[in-house]
Design a protein around this ligand. Sequence first.
Ligand code: NDP
Length: 341
Amino acid sequence: MGQAKIYYDSDADLGVLSNKKIVFLGFGNQGSAQAQNLRDSGIPNDQILIANRVDSYAETAKAKGFHVEHDFATAAEVADVLFILIPDQVQPRVFNEQFSPKLKSNATIVVASGYNVFFNLLKFQPGQDVVMVAPRMIGSSVRSLHEKGRGFPCFVSVEQNGTGKGLDAALALSRAIGATKQGAIASSVREETVMDLFAEQALWPNIIMMFREAFNVLKDAGCSDEALCYEMWMSKEPAEIFERAADDGFVAQLKHHSTVSQYGQLSGSLKLEGGAMREHFKDILYNQILSGKFCEAFSQIEDDLDKEGDTNPLNELYKRSEEMELVKAEKRVRARLAGLL
Ligand code: NDP
């Protein structure tokens, strides 16, 4: 793979947005941040419309001076640009049933994550542009960095170029929400989805498993709960290591550690050939993620995720995870140190 193209403010022309009605479906984490950034970039308030059900998100949008439409069909009819910024799992139902039938045949549809587009869960018309503008930051940072005059990392792509001008729209919208200030990286819904799901389904489960087993082995070897919790994560040492890795370099950050530590980490990691892990990772990538198996299985349980109690599969997973000795020990330590933490 070669180098990715990076787009800056100078690559984008806000002029392509003039007189366009820009609708934000959702005023949550990303919706509120992106709509406010866009308005600060000089897009007139009358061109912006927030589509939200009647509730506190809608009230917040009104309090910030935005026009709010509760009727999704009306919002869909007027939209030249539609940002879909509601949770991924509800997007297919809400978009396909309430927006898609009413949207203009040449509308630009913007997603902030690749999942639903990559797995073909959203219904678009052939003349529409479908673009991804996906900040790599939580909404509050998208907003606060913009307020400080700074940018934030973001992926951008054109997935369907119905009008032939999809890239111009994607770049103008990226610039308007502040995403090209620091450089928006050319990507795709495939790349974004694969990396996200891989981290969630391959990398982090292994990290959680390694912490669980390390805790068990060290506890059996006589280490106390208190010492283990602090040594392994409560001291925030791992968080600091990742912070230094981002600032100084993935391996270069090791120079901040003691010589014993540097020698142990480098010689230990080089000794682990990683073949079995590579095969395990490939299995998850190809047979679970890219095959669509995970997406299909998740679609089956999606509706149950709104349920209360044990019939919600996520609650059931939490319950089982809380059986880990690491979690039980942490609860005891936190209760004992309450007030000191
Ligand atoms: P939120 O959970 O903050 O979305 C809340 C908004 O969605 C509210 O306006 C809420 O309004 C609305 N909403 C929720 N359920 C429904 C429903 N059934 N029908 C209609 N509206 C609904 O979403 P995020 O901002 O976290 O995520 C939006 C998109 O941004 C996703 O694609 C996500 O992957 C992506 N993204 C998110 C990041 C983050 O920081 N969280 C980072 C990068 C990308 P109400 O309940 O009133 O209807």
